[in-house]
Design a protein around this ligand. Structure first.
Ligand code: ADP
Length: 622
């Protein structure tokens, strides 16, 4: 008995998008269905390694029927039980998809169908060209009835038992009235050659042939060359072939750079690795993200989720690693622990970092394009991969205070531009360039003609904890710790000490008023124009990070900071006068609160009590 079921809300939403808005290149539906068929065969072939009964003559067969207006794709892969069909096709199980769909809706640029596959719903692309899709499937290796699933892409689908002798899956598309072209042999052949040529199983389409005696007969033709692109000599593979293979791996998009590895000796492997041109949509959604490199052993697909193959901070890579020395017939879990994988990972990491360095040196514009997309991921390596830390430090780029917005420099370039009297590398972490530039902590650097690196990625804060030094120079925060700016600070230090003795009463007064918020109040040489600023301890976390952690409901260490005052500023001088004349004056207390509020506002922190601040301002304006 056929059962009619409702699609889950996410699926409806998705179908709606596929059918109504994402039309720019409907050809890709076939790429997605063939990819699914090949995946299913990969799985069956993997299972057959330990269960010989499952071995088949692996192939994908296409069939066209102009009268019935159907195109079908049949594989003899793993197949699905009824439960699996419901699970895989009727729902989008992965969380995060809803939020992602919203993104997709907003990003209706040309080429958006490319995005469909990126979050694991490639099957639905079929509804771009079909008004009805049927799946018939039988699971290999289990004793379960075959299943027939059918839907016209509206709210429902039906599912029922059916007869099918062979394990595997047939997907049949009833082609829409205005999509006749997908019933033509030439069109189907063209799409397969363009997008699926390297699929390693034969993709077969029957052709009707007219014989010499005018009779007709049907002949099977294999449409794809089946050449594993990563095993071919690099010089023979064309840019178009790379593009097609990349689109197959990443479900769309283009490669920025291709990296080949041909490792020989005791640990033989070949790798074909791409750096994508653009960030795939799903890169920041861990549950949608498959680890970038696929692992093959002697041309047999093993897994596309191999943690051990590439470090996390290179998770934007796409490609294939094919090893000839890993054992074939063990479980994936056991394979993941093989020490050869660790060696491959080290070799891949080192090669990729080396290629990036070359790109930076030879084609800085291309490198900058790469860095704008993936820099914030690559940077994580400084924190998590001590062995390669120094290499990654050479690869990070920053905007600087003296440079224009969007202009990026390496640490080396920063050092080369330092004036002789500058000893350290200075940086400031802020939520945006604008906030960083407004920070009073930069005043002294401006006045000295020193440049300051502007760090505005949320990860920068973590990374700077591991950065410490570059090229024997310390990296120092412009707004943390005591100011260390002169090579020989004695004269300035002495002047500051004298001033501090003079202002001690005021400093004590302010600290007394604000001691629940501050760890100290002191004078500084950091400021030239502003009256005050807040600085952290050398090891403290920034107010931005504190807010971020709190927003994520994580415990943030309560960091009390230091209020620094500029003794040359008229406001500070007025306060100094007041404390001598009338320490009990109400004004002095008001000024103290305002000063603290000003320090918070300039660094982009919210005022704890805006109303009180406004009242203070009004009182003074009267
Ligand atoms: P993706 O392939 O990216 O996971 P799809 O929407 O294309 O997303 O497919 C969803 C799931 O349905 C697949 O992960 C797979 O488990 C199952 N599936 C699709 N096509 C087939 C097939 N031909 N044979 C077996 N399983 C399939």
């Amino acid at each position: 008995m056929a059962e009619t079921m409702q699609f889950k809300a996410e699926v409806k939403q998705l179908l709606d998008l596929v059918i109504h808005s994402l039309y720019s290149n409907p050809d890709i539906f076939l790429r997605e269905l063939i990819a699914n068929a090949a995946d299913a065969i990969d799985k069956a072939r993997f299972a057959a390694l330990t269960d010989d009964k499952l071995t088949r003559d692996w192939q994908i067969r296409l069939a066209l029927d102009k009268d019935k207006r159907t195109l079908s794709i049949t594989d003899n892969g793993i197949g699905m039980t009824a439960e699996e069909v419901k699970e895989n096709i009727g729902t989008i199980a992965k969380s995060g998809t809803r939020a992602f769909l919203e993104n997709l809706k907003n990003a209706q640029a040309a080429g958006t169908p490319e995005l469909i596959g990126q979050f694991g719903v490639g099957f639905y692309a079929a509804f771009m060209v079909a008004d009805e899709v049927t799946i018939e499937s039988r699971r290999a290796g289990v004793d379960a009835p075959a299943v027939r699933w059918s839907s016209n892409g509206n709210d429902e689908y039906t599912i029922e038992e059916t007869e099918r002798s062979e394990s595997g899956t047939t997907v049949t598309l009833h082609i829409k009235a205005d999509k006749d072209v997908y019933l033509e042999n030439w069109k189907i052949s063209e799409i397969v050659r363009k997008y699926s040529d390297f699929i390693e199983y034969p993709i077969i389409l029957p052709f009707v042939k007219t014989n010499e005696d005018k009779t007709t007969s049907v002949e099977d033709r294999t449409l794809n060359s089946q050449k594993a692109i990563w095993l071919r000599p690099a010089s023979e593979v064309t840019a178009e072939e790379h593009e097609a293979f990349f689109a197959h791996l990443a479900h769309g998009g283009k490669p920025l750079t291709t990296i080949n590895i041909n490792a020989e000796g005791t640990n033989e492997f070949k790798a074909l690795i791409y750096i994508p041109e653009e960030t795939p949509f799903n890169l920041f959604m861990p549950d949608l993200q498959k680890k970038g490199l696929q692992l093959y052993v002697k041309r047999v697909f093993i897994t596309d989720n191999c943690e051990a193959l590439v470090p996390d901070y290179l998770r934007f890579l796409r490609g294939v690693v094919d090893s000839s020395d890993l054992p074939l017939n063990v479980s994936r879990e056991i394979l993941q622990e093989n020490p050869l994988l660790g060696k491959i990972k080290r070799a891949v990491t080192s090669k990729v970092l080396g290629e990036l360095k070359k790109m930076l040196e030879r084609d800085p514009d291309k490198y900058k394009q790469f860095f704008k997309e993936f820099g914030k991921i690559l940077k994580e390596g400084i924190h998590v991969d001590p062995a390669n830390q120094e290499k990654i430090k050479d690869l990070v780029l920053y905007e600087t205070m003296n440079g224009k917005a969007g202009e990026l420099v390496t640490l080396k370039e920063y050092i080369n531009a330092m004036p002789p009297e500058q000893e350290h590398i200075y940086y400031i972490i802020a939520e945006s360039r604008q906030l960083a530039m407004a920070s009073p902590a930069l005043e002294i650097f401006r006045s000295k003609g020193f440049d300051v690196l502007l760090m505005t990625d949320p990860v920068d804060e973590f990374i700077m904890q591991s950065m410490m030094q570059y090229d024997k120079k310390y990296l120092k925060s412009a707004n943390k710790g005591e100011l260390e700016i002169e090579k020989d600070p004695d004269a300035e230090e002495n002047a500051l000490k004298e001033a501090t003795a003079q202002y001690q009463k005021l400093l004590d007064f302010i600290f007394d008023k604000l001691q629940d918020k501050l760890s100290a109040v002191r004078l500084t040489r950091r400021l030239t124009d502003s009256a005050c600023c807040l600085v952290g301890d050398t090891n403290s976390i920034s107010p931005q990070l504190e807010r971020l952690l709190k927003a994520m409901n994580q415990a943030a260490p309560e960091s009390k900071r230091v209020l620094e005052l500029n003794p040359n500023h008229p406001v500070v001088q007025v306060m100094q006068k007041l404390i001598d004349e009338d320490p009990a004056s109400e004004k002095l207390a008001q000024y103290t609160e305002l000063l603290y509020g000003e320090a918070l506002l300039t660094e982009g922190s919210p005022l704890p009590d805006p109303l009180a601040f406004v009242k203070n301002v009004s009182a003074l304006m009267k």
